[in-house]
Design a protein around this ligand. Structure first.
Ligand code: GLV
Ligand code: MN
Ligand code: MN
Length: 419
């Protein structure tokens, strides 16, 4: 072991994770488990933002907020003119979350800086930790939003104009909560970006490994499909006379599953996670169906072919049922993002130096890191999750030891990158 290896305080990290998880906590009616619902820029998330920002200040960090509400905290280096090493993730959640997704990267980053203070570590470069706005896309429909704005992939004005299901704009919510910061949203590129995250999948735990070295993130395609048919009385309208939007939507669900299982589109994963019928009444044939389509694929060509095939199928449905009209709204789209080989190597080396078993793996989930990767060398550290790696669910769980191991890897990598 080399003497620049850093071991963080696992108990302090665990306590922070537990305290943040109380904000937005709810009890899942079906299972009785406590989960987290802290969607971006709700009252709950704003409370979480204020708590974490206060923890940043308590740790002596300089806090700044940019125009999309991303919050950065900075520990100065001996050469403050050098670009910082950045850590980060998100504290917003889906409606049915656990305590780890995103929060581990943010509170882990804070724990790294607390540990540097405890150990009297002086880095040459500044080190920063950030939490980014609306990573989940759960409220405003675009994932990795704050980090995408920070790197210039999405324009600030477009992001501010996004609305949630009840028509409230993201810009108004930033103002309401006082997180419409003064800092420019396009930060100068960091020296490097490293994010620690729960794996959200089964691989590491199944193989009994302690750390994942993330090679990149697969492509993500989100679309909202609206199918307009014709409302009709459920009892009096003969089957042959119906233009049933609900039936067409159900065909889409089945077709997507067939596509994913066909092998024709590489390792495609396809999910319809939301489907709403209008008028949504027992005795009326649906006049409209609105469904979301989430496609994931590590292969960009296969992803494009899958999108084309879905498009062709939607046209087929229109031909099959005259009077049916289908329209598609693009919500979000990212390509496969490979991470920097050198930063990956630094993660693997740090794991070795900490005597932690590890393997490389591609991320199935989207992360802020994939946005930062467009402006600086980037990689991620995964920690194993229990229960088949279930995530976006109250059962999401990693152990205190696993979290401490992952954040110790993060601390060691960041210390080395920061000089
Ligand atoms: C982010 O959590 C995703 O949906 O991949
Ligand atoms: Mn996440
Ligand atoms: Mn998530």
């Amino acid at each position: 072991m080399t003497d620049d290896v850093v071991r963080i305080d696992g108990q302090r990290l665990w306590a922070s994770l537990g305290e943040l998880a109380r904000i937005g906590a709810y009890v899942d009616e079906r299972t009785g488990l406590t989960g987290v619902n802290r969607q971006a820029l709700t009252d709950e998330e704003a409370e979480g933002r204020r708590l974490v920002a206060q923890w940043f200040r308590d740790a002596g960090l300089a806090v700044r907020v940019d125009r999309i509400g991303n919050v950065y905290a900075r520990r100065e280096g001996s050469d403050p003119d050098l670009a910082p090493v950045l850590m980060g993730s998100h504290i917003d959640s889906v409606a049915t979350a656990g305590a780890f997704d995103g929060c581990l990267g943010v509170l882990g980053g804070l724990e790294v800086l607390r540990t540097f203070d405890d150990l009297g570590v002086v880095t040459t470069r500044p080190v920063e930790v950030a939490f980014f706005t609306e990573e989940e896309g759960a409220r405003f429909g675009v994932d990795m939003l704050g980090s995408a704005v920070a790197v210039g992939r999405i324009a600030l004005a477009d992001a501010l104009a996004l609305t949630d299901r009840s028509g409230v704009s993201l810009g108004d919510e930033l103002v309401r909560h006082g997180f419409d910061g003064p800092e420019p949203e396009r930060a100068a590129p960091p020296h490097a970006y490293v994010e620690c995250h729960i794996e959200q999948g089964p691989v590491l735990a199944a193989e009994g490994l302690q750390v994942g070295v993330v090679t990149g993130v697969q492509g993500i395609s989100w679309q909202e499909v609206t199918i307009d048919g014709r409302a009709a009385h459920a009892g009096t309208t003969p089957t042959q006379l119906r233009v049933d939007a609900g039936l067409a939507a159900s065909h889409v669900v089945v077709r997507l599953r067939e596509m994913a299982e066909s092998g024709e589109f590489g390792a495609l994963r396809a999910t319809v996670g939301e489907m709403r019928f209008a008028p949504g009444l027992t005795n009326i044939v649906p006049t409209r169906a609105v469904l979301t389509v989430d496609l994931r694929n590590p292969d960009d060509d296969a992803m494009a072919r899958a999108e084309d095939a879905l498009d062709a199928y939607l046209h087929e449905l229109e031909e099959r049922w005259p009077g049916l009209a289908v329209s598609v709204r693009r919500m979000a789209r990212t390509r496969h993002v490979p991470f920097d080989p050198e930063v990956q190597k630094a993660v693997a080396t740090a794991a070795d130096d900490l005597d932690l078993s590890h393997r490389s793996l591609l991320s199935g989930a989207g992360h802020d890191a994939q946005e930062l990767a467009s402006v600086c060398p980037t990689a991620m550290v995964f920690v194993p999750g229990l229960y088949d790696g279930i995530s976006h669910n109250p059962r999401e769980y990693s152990t205190p030891e696993a979290c401490a191991d992952g954040i110790s890897v993060l601390a060691t990598v960041v210390r080395r990158l920061a000089g």
